[in-house]
Design a protein around this ligand. Structure first.
Ligand SMILES: Cc1cc2nc3c(=O)[nH]c(=O)nc-3n(C[C@H](O)[C@H](O)[C@H](O)COP(=O)(O)O)c2cc1C
Length: 187
C-alpha cells in the first residue's frame, strides 16, 4: 500500500512526531511504502474558495501553485493518507487545516447526485495528540475529520487520540496503541 503521512506539528521530536514515528515504523515493517511529509517545511497557502478547481474535475485543478498542490496530487496517488496533528484550541494545527481546506479541489458536486472525488474509495486516518482528555476537548476535530472523509467519498481507516504530557513520558502502552493503530489503518 502507498501511504502518505502529513505531520502537522512544528516539533520534530514532539508527542505527535514520536507517536507518528512508531506508526510509520510499523507500517514499513508490514511492507508498506510510507512517504512522510513535514507540513511546517512546506508552503501551503490558504484556500481562496475561488472554485476554479471545479472547472476540471478530472485533475487537481487548484490554481495555487505551491507545495500544497504537490501534496494534494500525492493524496490522489496514495492508498492511504494519514493526518497527524496536535490539538490546538480544539482543532488541528494551521498547516494541517490549510491542506484540508485546499483539498476542496479534490471534490466536485458535493451534496449532489454526481458528487465525485479524486480520492474516492481511498483510505484516510487521523492521529491527534493533546494535553487534556478527549471528552469536551477533541470531539470537534474528529467530527470535522469524519465529515471531510464523507466529502472525499473516502474510507475512514482509523482514528487515534493520545493524551500526552512530554515526549519522554510516552511509554510502551502508547507505543502499543501506535502499533495497533498502524495495523488497523492498513488492514
Ligand atoms: C497553541 C496551543 C493550543 C493547544 N490547545 C489544546 C487544546 O485545545 N486541547 C488539548 O488537549 N491540548 C492543547 N494543546 C496541547 C497540545 O495539543 C499537546 O501538548 C500536544 O501533544 C503537543 O504536540 P507536539 O509535541 O507534537 O507539538 C495546545 C498547545 C498549544 C501550544
Amino acid at each position: 500500500m502507498k501511504i502518505i503521512t502529513l505531520m502537522g506539528s512544528s516539533k520534530k521530536k514532539g508527542n505527535t512526531a514520536t507517536i507518528l514515528g512508531w506508526v510509520e515504523e510499523h507500517l514499513q515493517a508490514m511492507g508498506h511504502e510510507v512517504k512522510s511529509i513535514y507540513l511546517h517545511s512546506k508552503e501551503i497557502n490558504p484556500c481562496l474558495g475561488c472554485a476554479k478547481c471545479k472547472e476540471d474535475p478530472t485533475q487537481v485543478a487548484c490554481i495555487r501553485n505551491d507545495d500544497g498542490l504537490e501534496i494534494l496530487k500525492k493524496m490522489t496517488q496514495a492508498d492511504l493518507t494519514l493526518f497527524a496533528s496536535p490539538l490546538y484550541f480544539w482543532g488541528l494545527t494551521s498547516p494541517t487545516k490549510a491542506i484540508m481546506d485546499r483539498s476542496y479541489s479534490l471534490v466536485t458536486n458535493y451534496h449532489k447526485p454526481d458528487h465525485a472525488s479524486l480520492v474516492e474509495g481511498r483510505r484516510q486516518a487521523l492521529l491527534v495528540t493533546g494535553g487534556s482528555d478527549f471528552t469536551d476537548n477533541a470531539e470537534p476535530a474528529f467530527t470535522a475529520y469524519n465529515r471531510l472523509v464523507n466529502f472525499y467519498k473516502g474510507k475512514s481507516a482509523g482514528e487515534l487520540y493520545v493524551k500526552c504530557t512530554v515526549p519522554d513520558a510516552l511509554d510502551l502502552d502508547v507505543k502499543n496503541q501506535a502499533v495497533t493503530f498502524a495495523e488497523k489503518i492498513a488492514g
